[in-house]
Design a protein around this ligand. Structure first.
Ligand code: SF4
Length: 138
């Protein structure tokens, strides 16, 4: 983890985040801190162009980081940022509804704990290059 100061607050890079409460661990590319507001904002760097639609996985990752930052640093995390390096665009992502990602975490735990495969998606296009194809579709 490295840090730097700037007029708007502090930045930490490559931050290991761990939630004892939710049993989650991840690594944030960067976190911006605004101590005056009591807020922090995770920042993801993608070495790609901005896609037409933001992938759910990008948003879920930021949500997860936000949940852990709130627990670990005792700050609120209302939004985060995704920086698309190749198109030089920064997108602000609202992180107000964190319950959705916790629901998904609960479902994943159920799958692991129950040791049974979830049903395959209805949208077969998603399965074209998936390594679980043979398991899901026999
Ligand atoms: S093959 Fe892959 S993408 Fe398709 S349902 Fe299974 S896990 Fe999901």
């Amino acid at each position: 983890m490295t840090s730097s100061g700037n007029p708007g607050g502090t930045r930490l890079y490559d931050v290991t985040l761990e939630s004892k409460k939710h049993g989650l661990i991840t690594k944030a590319d960067c976190i911006l801190f605004d101590r005056e507001k009591g807020e922090a904002y995770p920042v993801q760097h993608k070495y790609s162009f901005r896609p037409k639609i933001l992938y759910h996985t990008y948003i879920s990752q930021l949500m997860m980081e936000a949940i852990i930052i709130e627990e670990q640093f005792n700050l609120s995390v209302p939004h985060g940022f995704i920086v698309f390096e190749r198109s030089k665009e920064t997108v602000t992502v609202d992180l107000g509804d964190k319950q959705k990602v916790l629901y998904v975490v609960g479902q994943i735990r159920g799958i692991i704990g129950g040791e049974k495969f979830p049903p395959p998606t209805e949208w077969k296009k998603r399965c074209v290059d998936c390594c679980y194809n043979k398991l899901c579709w026999g």
